[in-house]
Design a protein around this ligand. Structure first.
Ligand SMILES: O=C(O)CCC(=O)N[C@@H](CCC(=O)O)C(=O)O
Ligand SMILES: [Zn+2]
Length: 352
């Protein structure tokens, strides 16, 4: 007799395989682990773990929001497998999300539309929920809301909500690993979070200055979560990632979910490369072109006056000494961000 889905997960622990075999949807089901942790599969790529004794942390780990960013998918798949097979015991509630299963199967950043531009309601703007990515963005928002608003935990205060959305960058980078800290609307940047990032071997942080349609901004702004986009190296196909380069991130994420507190080093600003966005360059026409090669790395700077990109008659030149480029991509949809220009900054006057 074929094994039931709970039996399959309890014996093989391969939730990624199950997800990719049912990329569009999966009927919800539940079961318990031998240590009484409740496992609830809410949908394809959506798995919630609740230890029998609830503590103060509600942790969301997401990956595969872009389907070809495989290192984070491998890290999350391994972590989920170890929990299912009893090799990692959870201390906290944990929701793991494989963001875009059809795009993972296709080995592509997106199938129709960039999922990470559809949060905070952007999925329903304009033509509305017309494609799978728009529907998935709304569903992911609903799952995160459901996770954070569970009645058993909302009564327990204080709650400590976090969401780490794991990505990899399209290009190489002068700083291999870096995080995007979503705009906090004048609130303080959190020292403990920067310490956590450092424990993950992420010491380059981009402090955003405006709202965004990304998943991490959604979690931060809508749910008050400590949320980040974390870039772990460069896009590579499954099996071609050198996972030793992400050993500290893997270890620290495992410590996050399994220990009461992660051991971190005290924050010292000199240990970090902190940047803030100076300007966003949005693609306005199909003529948009980058004026540098594909192997130019994130965080590269050019002399003031250098032409970085053209968009029809418009020329984008370096305006400030030290201005560095990040996430350049001429293939984005019209109206979307084609590159960010960032400058070094400091957090010392706004750190809690
Ligand atoms: O390398 C690139 O050009 C993109 C890598 C990536 O997917 N980055 C995220 C950053 C999200 C954020 O700004 O928080 C994205 O572009 O969605
Ligand atoms: Zn990405």
């Amino acid at each position: 007799m074929p094994k039931s889905l709970p039996e399959q997960l309890l014996t093989q622990g391969d939730f990624l395989k199950l997800t990719l075999a049912h990329p569009d949807s999966l009927e919800p089901f539940q079961f318990d682990l031998p240590d009484d942790t409740r496992v609830s599969v809410w949908d394809t790529g959506v798995i919630c773990f609740e230890p029998a004794t609830l503590t103060g942390k509600d942790i969301v780990l997401s990956c595969g929001v872009h389907g070809n960013e495989t290192a984070p998918i491998e890290i999350c798949a391994e972590l989920v497998q170890d929990v299912l097979l009893g090799r990692l015991n959870l201390k906290h509630r944990l929701l793991v999300l494989f963001g875009n299963p059809p795009a993972i199967n296709a080995g592509k950043r997106e199938v129709t539309e960039n999922l990470n531009r559809l949060f905070s309601g952007h999925h329903s703007a304009g033509e509305g929920l017309v494609n799978a990515e728009r529907i998935r963005a709304k569903a992911l928002e609903d799952y995160v809301s459901r996770f954070y608003s569970d009645k058993r935990v909302t009564k327990m205060v204080p709650r400590n909500r976090c969401l780490y959305d794991l990505h990899t960058a399209i290009r190489g980078s002068r700083f291999e690993k870096f995080a995007v800290y979503p705009f906090v609307h004048g609130k303080s940047w959190q020292k403990a979070q920067l310490e956590f990032l450092r424990a993950c071997d992420v010491t380059t942080v981009l402090l955003m200055q405006t709202p965004a349609s990304t998943f991490s901004y959604y979690a931060s702004n809508t749910h008050g979560a400590d949320a980040f986009t974390i870039e772990l190296g460069k896009v590579r196909p499954f099996g071609q990632n050198d996972m030793s380069r992400f050993a500290k991130a893997r270890q620290t994420l495992r410590a996050l979910v399994s220990l009461a507190e992660v051991a971190t080093e005290p924050f010292v600003e000199a240990d970090f490369q902190l940047y803030q966005v100076y300007r966003a360059i949005n693609k306005q026409t199909d003529a948009f072109k980058l004026n540098f090669a594909d192997d130019v790395e994130n965080f590269t700077s050019y002399p003031v006056g250098t032409v970085l990109a053209t968009d029809g008659d418009i020329e984008y030149r370096v305006e400030r000494e030290g201005e560095a480029l990040i996430f350049p991509n001429a293939k984005v949809a019209i109206g979307q961000r084609a590159m960010l220009m960032v400058v070094p900054t400091t957090v010392s006057d706004n750190l809690a």
